[in-house]
Unconditional design. Structure first.
Lengths: 257, 429
């Protein structure tokens, strides 16, 4: 072949098929090794399975208590205000008669206010007593006590301290209020008690299903946790981002004493 | 799944794979609702049955683990039998009972026999049958014995019903020392005249050691009911706060000398006394033994105000225990070892009862807004606390659960009661 033709890009050349296949095979094997062993060689984000679970409780809004003072028993928050039906609109009353204008007239003494007339049988001493009694009542009136809690807490919270997802905190608080267990269970046995109740909650907060997914082995305790869930329902409607999870997968309530 | 909890809220991918888990703890351990109708007995046993009934009812009501339902609400036929087949359990369920206790009393000669049957109302099943008998004159003891067996069935531990208490009762200008059953009944005067104070039940439950001015100087004495008084500690200006070690072999007390009060430990008969604290111008008082006998809790003003401290029984390793409040006193170490009950004056100047968790240091309030509550003393099983309270006027004896939830007055005559002490369970009853 002419030397010029041999150097042309159009000229046919011998293809090293074996070499190419070898490189390809090596590359694939390398890729597979990277995929399978890479996980152990490169440290990615780790999930600590032994992490301590977060206790979710709804924090009550209030003033933190001075740590040097002795503790006081937690006082329950006031019950929610009753929502009553709106009163019927008042019937329009007749306009009041125009009040006569009281204008000070120079040179004319205003009439003194009428003295309170003594009640029949009432002495001056009685009246004094009544007056001082009223003062006394005023001075003895207790200032309204502020409940303890956290400054960024929730008006509906019932715990002084807590952390966690707000909705789960509400479930915790609501169920916790009905979490009554028989005191006759011996303390040694209480240490081992653990029961799971799986709960499915509708978009409106109704309990769709509550089942004992892991019994404790103690009949008194198992009955108590199911009763607590039953008494606590319905729950508030879940927030948008939790709705499908709570309705389809559900939430597990893990009860320990 | 240990790490579950609220990851769903934080990680959407995890949410698809796992069920979120909410940990719920802090159970409200409530007493078991129990119905106990009047015991069945022949008409000739009416008086004994009433006495038995009173003692057993108090045991069940004050034990802290039962909720004794009011008989006025019972719906069942009063003539209902003693066996499961004759009981209409639905009528007991309707009044909220989860357990039903039925008792029958019978007298044979001078022996009174009691048969108690316990039924589980839900399944309508007999759970337990107890038979006990005592001489006719010991009807209250018979009731306590039966109650003890019932208590053991549920808790698998001895009840406090067979223990004794001591207390000081004000009588004119005198302060008398008394020894009584746990419910305040069967009370016997130990020291009925003069000025006597701070009693401590002896390890066998049959006597009391206390501070007495009977020789002019406040010394420590010990005496059994009807027996002669014996001096234990007579040195120093004032010996107070005697406390027996859990094994009953040693005593601890406070002895005032000059401007200081130091703690001492001696053998139970007062011999081999040795000083535990050496703090000039400081008051150390109110020793209380740990259940292992290796440590003592006590009160000291060495930090400026009365606070609780702990010290090893050899006098080493004293350290402060309380840091909240500025007037903490009268410690009593629970026989379970976990708690120390004490009296404290809070920021409202009210005296109330608290417990200190020995391990965590956490202080928990037991009483609040109910007069002044003082001088706690644990029951031998550590489940109950005896104390005085001025709620309702006077200073009366009360018993409450160690968490303060259930508080019951002792059925004792009116009077001013002070510094109660709960002794150990009396053996051989």
């Amino acid at each position: 072949m002419d030397g010029r033709v041999a150097h042309s890009a159009l000229a046919p050349r011998p293809f090293p098929l074996g070499k190419a296949l070898g490189w390809s095979l090596g590359a694939h094997v390398g890729l597979v090794l990277v995929v399978f062993l890479g996980g152990s060689l490169f440290s990615g984000p780790k999930v600590d399975l032994d992490q301590k679970p977060i206790q979710a409780r709804l924090v009550r809004k209030g003033k933190p208590r001075d740590e040097k003072l002795l503790p006081r028993k937690e006082e329950l928050p006031p019950p929610p205000e009753k929502v009553e039906a709106a009163p019927p609109p008042p019937t329009p009353a007749a306009p009041p008669p125009p009040e006569t204008a009281k204008v000070a007239i120079p040179g004319v003494k205003p009439q003194p206010a009428a003295k309170p007339q003594p009640q029949p049988g009432e002495t001056a001493g009685d009246r004094r007593k009544k007056l001082f009694g009223a003062f006394d009542k005023l001075s003895k009136q207790k200032p309204e006590e502020e409940l303890e809690g956290q400054e960024d807490g929730d008006e509906l919270g019932d715990a002084a301290q807590a952390e966690g997802e707000r909705y789960f905190g509400q479930i915790n608080a609501q169920v916790g209020r009905h979490y009554d267990v028989s005191q006759t269970i011996p303390e040694q046995e209480r240490l081992r008690l653990k029961a799971d109740v799986t709960l499915k909650i509708s978009r409106t907060g109704e309990v769709l299903r509550a089942e004992l997914s892991r019994p404790s082995g103690n009949g008194l305790f198992d009955n108590a946790v199911l009763l607590a869930v039953k008494r606590a329902s319905p729950f508030p409607p879940p927030p948008e981002h939790l709705r499908s999870t709570l309705q389809e997968t559900g939430v597990t309530l893990r009860f320990t004493p | 799944m240990k790490n579950t909890i609220l990851l769903i809220a934080l990680c959407s991918t995890a949410a698809l794979a796992q069920t979120p888990v909410i940990q719920i703890s802090g159970a409200n351990f409530r007493p078991l609702p129990v119905a106990y109708p009047e015991p069945m007995a022949e008409a000739s046993l009416k008086k004994a049955a009433a006495e038995f009934d009173e003692a057993l009812s108090f045991d069940l009501a004050a034990a802290g683990i039962f909720e004794l339902l009011d008989r006025k609400g019972y719906l069942a036929d009063k003539k209902e039998g003693l066996t499961a087949s004759s009981i209409q359990f639905n009528r007991w369920a309707d009044v909220g009972a989860e357990s039903l206790v039925k008792v029958q009393l019978k007298q044979t000669g001078q022996v009174l026999a009691a048969e108690l049957r316990l039924f589980s109302v839900g399944p309508g099943r007999e759970e337990l049958k107890i038979s006990e008998s005592r001489p006719v004159g010991e009807v209250r003891l018979l009731a306590h014995k039966v109650a003890d067996a019932l208590y053991r069935h549920f808790t698998r531990e001895p009840s406090p019903f067979l223990s004794r208490i001591s207390f000081v009762k004000k009588a004119g200008s005198s302060r008398e020392v008394w020894l009584a059953d746990w419910d305040g009944n069967n009370a016997q005067a130990i020291a009925a005249s003069g000025l006597n104070m701070l009693p401590s039940v002896t390890p066998d439950g049959n006597g009391v050691a206390f501070t007495s001015y009977r020789r002019g100087n406040p010394d420590l004495w010990v005496q059994t009911a009807g027996g002669a008084a014996r001096a234990l500690v007579t040195g120093g200006q004032m010996a107070t706060g005697i406390a027996y070690s859990p094994d009953g072999r040693r005593i601890a007390y406070a002895l005032s000398e000059g401007e200081a009060t130091q703690l001492w430990v001696a053998d139970a008969d007062g011999s081999n006394a040795r000083k535990l604290t050496e703090t000039p111008y400081i008051i150390n008082s109110s020793p209380s033994w740990a259940p292992d006998g290796k440590k003592l809790a006590f009160v000291s003003n060495r930090g400026g105000s009365p606070q609780l401290y702990v010290i090893n029984a050899d006098g080493s390793g004293a350290r402060r225990l309380t840091f909240q409040g500025n007037y903490n006193q009268t410690p009593d170490w629970s026989p379970r070892g976990d708690l120390i009950a004490f009296t404290a004056r809070d920021e409202r100047n009210a005296f109330d009862l608290f417990t200190l968790n020995v391990e965590s240091g956490q202080v928990t309030r037991l009483t609040q807004d109910a007069g002044n509550n003082e001088e706690p003393s644990f029951s031998p099983n550590g489940r109950l606390i005896l104390f005085t309270s001025t709620r309702g006027g006077g200073s009366r004896l009360f018993v409450m659960t160690s968490d303060g939830r259930q508080q019951t007055p002792l059925p004792v005559p009116k009077g001013t009661y002070q510094t109660p002490d709960w002794g150990p369970t009396v053996k051989g009853l």
